[in-house]
Design a protein around this ligand. Structure first.
Ligand SMILES: NCc1[nH]cc(CCC(=O)O)c1CC(=O)O
Length: 303
């Protein structure tokens, strides 16, 4: 193989993640050469509309997937949480890289903890999942939409009246911003997005040469945890823009899965959990619990 082309979005976080994968591959295969191919996706271009309103599946992935199918790329690097649970025909995730901290973090302007924010404080987030869980926890909070890459969101926090923002710990850590974190949000207050914190490598399914190269990057524990989360999401037919949170964890040989579905006003918040050795089964089983509690009605109202 001559030059192996690695597709990525061009945001600073996406580039960090793709560089990380490239570096791992260079360590494993010093005789091969790898090249990053940065691309813009629709989700990078439309910045003034909340994602839930654009409502497209694969908003951050489609252009990269096109590159794989047309053989302009040999692999594409994604934040797993941006990848729909059903991939386009002919594509496959061949590595789930070791998960970084999966939870969300709160960054406040003054360093005030979430529970200590004054009544009516303004929080920046466009995520329905984050908003509905925060409303449930603190019905007095107010919200303002906040999109763009992490740099943009941090800058807007500084320049606006917002009191705080919620981000994925993984992204914040990868950019080296740990000292900006006010607190990690406990999972009983804020369940993170399906797949959050794991980097996924996607390929065209007939590229067995590339699949073999990437086998070493797959992290089996991460794979089990995120497969349970993705099975749950698939069963609930949720895209990334619905208020569904889930966290799979490996504990003594089993997958423990916690999940929640919430209404947009935060008034109804359903929780369920389960465990087992087969990730797919655990995901479907916990999704079934949520459906029997009324998740389908909540999700139907939102769609
Ligand atoms: N929504 C965009 C996005 N996609 C992946 C991450 C973080 C990295 C990860 O979850 O692996 C982020 C930023 C955020 O939600 O704060």
């Amino acid at each position: 193989m001559k030059n192996i082309r690695i597709g990525t979005r061009d945001s600073q976080l996406a580039m960090w993640q793709a560089e990380w994968v490239k570096h791992q591959l260079e360590l494993l295969y010093p005789h091969l050469s790898f090249e990053l191919v940065p691309m813009k996706t629709k989700g990078d271009k439309i910045l003034d509309v909340p994602l839930a309103k654009i409502g497209d599946k694969g908003l951050f992935t489609k252009e990269l997937e096109h590159g794989l199918l047309s053989n302009q790329l040999d692999m594409a690097i994604h934040s797993l949480k941006d990848l729909p649970t059903i991939l386009p025909q002919g594509l496959d995730i061949c590595a789930f890289c070791e998960r970084e901290e999966p939870r969300d973090v709160f960054l406040s302007k003054s360093g005030t903890l979430l529970e200590e924010l004054p009544e009516g404080a303004l929080v920046g987030t466009s995520s329905l999942r984050r908003k509905s869980q925060l409303k449930h926890y603190r019905p007095d909070l107010r919200f303002t939409d906040l999109r763009g890459n992490l740099q943009t969101r941090w800058r807007k926090l500084q320049e606006s009246e917002m009191d705080g923002i919620v981000l994925a710990a993984a992204g914040v850590k990868r950019l080296g911003w740990e000292e900006r974190i006010t607190q990690i949000l406990a999972e009983d207050i804020m369940l993170s997005a399906v797949g959050q914190g794991s980097i996924a490598v996607e390929i065209a399914e007939d590229r067995n040469d590339i699949r073999d190269l990437l086998a070493h990057l797959n992290h089996p524990e991460t794979e089990k945890a995120v497969c349970a989360e993705r099975a749950l999401m698939r069963r609930l037919e949720g895209g990334c823009q619905v208020p569904i949170g889930a966290l799979g964890q490996n504990k003594s040989g089993e997958i423990h899965l916690k999940a929640m579905v919430a209404s947009l006003d935060g008034n109804r918040l359903l929780k369920a959990q389960g465990k087992g050795t087969d990730p797919e089964k655990v995901g479907v089983e916990v999704a079934g619990q949520l459906l029997s509690l009324g998740a389908a009605e909540i999700l139907a109202e939102i769609r």
